[in-house]
Design a protein around this ligand. Structure first.
Ligand code: S3P
Length: 172
């Protein structure tokens, strides 16, 4: 397989699973947010604040498409919104692509994100009591796009090693 794409909502574990999987299958890992930050010369947070979300989405889509149309082999962990804009989800279906949706429940995402929302511009300003409802609605809206991935792994209550083992098994 030439390209492995990990997708899912913020907090679903894309980055950490990407790192472990990269070691396991000996394939380079790219983190789309980091590639965007390098290209823009500023953090994702700063892009949102200074240039706005539309600017971010355009850059995100341009870089995502460049990578997906390239000849390179890699594991790519994308942002929570990447599949949901500019028809990016269509590229998850490419023949040389192994796309995996790391699916977590609202409860699990809420528990994880409530502890770590400051650096995430989409939810940073949400009050604790509105965060769960926000995640539930947002995940419902985004589910259509996430479900375009070729494979889906439920992550609730599973260790990272177990999730990586499941991905490796589907890959084999
Ligand atoms: C976003 C998720 C973030 C980042 C940006 C927007 C989203 O990535 O791309 O803040 O719209 O869900 P992570 O899912 O890696 O946190």
């Amino acid at each position: 397989m030439e390209k492995i794409v990990l997708l899912g909502y913020m907090g679903s574990g894309k980055s950490v699973i990407g790192k472990l999987l990269s070691r396991k299958v000996n394939l380079d890992l790219l983190d789309l947010d980091q590639v965007i930050e390098k290209r823009a010369g500023m953090s994702v947070n700063k892009i949102f604040q200074e240039k706005g979300e539309i600017y971010f989405r355009k850059l995100e889509s341009t870089i995502f498409k460049e990578l997906m149309w390239s000849e390179a082999k890699f594991i790519l962990s994308v942002g929570g919104g990447t599949p949901c804009y500019s028809n990016n989800y269509e590229l998850l279906q490419q023949q040389n692509v192994f796309s995996v949706y790391l699916k977590a429940s609202v409860e699990e995402l809420y528990n994880r994100l409530t502890l770590d929302k400051e650096n995430r511009p989409i939810i940073a300003s949400k009050e604790a009591d509105e965060l769960k409802e926000f995640i539930a609605k947002h995940l419902f809206d985004r589910g259509y796009y996430y479900n375009q991935a070729k494979h889906k792994i439920l992550v609730d209550g599973k260790s990272c090693d177990k999730i990586v083992a499941e991905i490796v098994m589907i890959l084999a």
